[in-house]
Design a protein around this ligand. Structure first.
Ligand SMILES: [Zn+2]
Ligand SMILES: [Zn+2]
Length: 106
């Protein structure tokens, strides 16, 4: 699973996957899914910073690929330490197709 295109737009972050699937993520939602040590407690795995803890108008200002397995975003709250592995990013897709797929596979 790889990204073919990552596009930052005003309302959402758009990702086109190499299998042709398109995902749309609200900026704040994705910011709240950051998996870095500042956002998730490494020992317990408990989330310390979620989407409700970040500014309502937070936005990804920039992004960069991390090897061939992840992307990294620079957020407008200057947070940039989190990697978003493709596999995880794809699971975070909230489109109808993905949500229904989740139900099917349990
Ligand atoms: Zn983080
Ligand atoms: Zn989807």
């Amino acid at each position: 699973m790889e990204t073919r295109e990552v596009r930052l737009e005003d309302g959402d972050i758009h990702i086109l996957w190499d299998d042709g699937h398109r995902s749309t993520y609200p900026h704040r939602y994705l910011r709240g899914q950051c998996g870095c040590a500042a956002c998730v407690d490494e020992m317990s795995g408990r989330r310390k910073v979620g989407w409700e803890d970040v500014r309502e108008d937070v936005q990804a200002l920039d992004w960069m690929p991390v090897g061939r397995y992840a992307v990294r975003f620079l957020w407008s709250d200057l947070h940039d330490s989190g990697f978003y592995p493709f596999e995880r990013l794809r699971k975070l897709c909230r489109c109808r197709e993905c949500l229904e797929g989740e139900v099917e596979t349990g």
